[in-house]
Design a protein around this ligand. Sequence first.
Ligand SMILES: NC(=O)c1ccc[n+]([C@@H]2O[C@H](COP(=O)([O-])OP(=O)(O)OC[C@H]3O[C@@H](n4cnc5c(N)ncnc54)[C@H](OP(=O)(O)O)[C@@H]3O)[C@@H](O)[C@H]2O)c1
Length: 307
Amino acid sequence: MTRFLVTGASGLLGLNFALQAAERHDVAAVVYRHRLNQVPFDVFSYDLSHPGQAGAMLEQTRPDVIVHCAALANLDECESNPALARRLNTDLPAELAQEARRRGIYMLHFSTDAVFDGQKGDYREEDPALPVNLYGETKLAGEQAVRTENPDALILRVNFYGWSLFGKRSLAEWFFYNLQAGRQMKGFVDVLFCPLQVNDMIDILLGLVERRLSGLYHVFSPESLSKYQFGVNIARQFGFDEGLIQPTSWNEGNLQAVRASNLTLSSQRMAEILGHPLPGQAGGMQRFYQLYQQGYPQRVLAMATGA
Ligand SMILES: NC(=O)c1ccc[n+]([C@@H]2O[C@H](COP(=O)([O-])OP(=O)(O)OC[C@H]3O[C@@H](n4cnc5c(N)ncnc54)[C@H](OP(=O)(O)O)[C@@H]3O)[C@@H](O)[C@H]2O)c1
């Protein structure tokens, strides 16, 4: 049994990771503003925007493995608060990587497809990164700092969707709840991505942690699609009216941060390590739907409210 420390455990990835890891392992979860109730793991609260907190957190929780999910992951919030974006997305991972190395703790860190400018697509790990917004810029600096401070760390560029604490952390939930309410919404036809269903992705991550893989890898679906098509897939899977989604260009979306157009990334290297291709879009959407049928969104919401 491994003792995991999961930061950002109230976020989309952190919460799902902590729940899945707790089925077989000992988990210490760290949150900040959102407390968790009735969860099968220990919960601690830290404001990791303060320098020095990373060391204190490790001293208190004493993990074998750090799964670092805390970040400022909202693109538009990064533009409005660049200092916080730098602190959380660049300086904190660097500090944690240094502390982990000093203490001999294995670290898993997450970066993003948004380190690329989206001009080319099908990006591989060795392609030069060129972010077009502050989120991508601070995350790129974060992954580089982790590589420098801790060569044994595993850094994964990812993009994922799933059910989160309040139903607001993923694009899939945004489409789902708008479609369910019968509201019209826009779907970008000119932004391509290759997301994984978060629980499918976590199954892969748990295997990588066991192998103590290190270095930088892409973990994405081999099948890409536009954000518009992603919304249509949700409508079809759940039996909603796909006509509610208007095909639009991201330029018409009134967004603060610039969006890169073609964020398709190749996970060929990861597929070779796993010995099989990464999951496709249909299987991921089915798991998202099955979890809904099993009442997973309500179970997760009850963890926020203690209901
Ligand atoms: N979502 C995606 O598709 C995607 C794509 C590419 C990369 N990623 C990366 O994957 C990782 C996880 O993303 P996510 O979507 O799961 O993020 P998320 O849902 O936005 O969650 C962010 C987490 O960070 C915590 N946090 C924020 N400020 C903090 C602070 N000052 N001190 C301590 N914790 C703080 C939040 O805690 P509270 O809620 O308790 O305040 C929350 O648990 C991030 O590194 C992100 O950049 C995500």
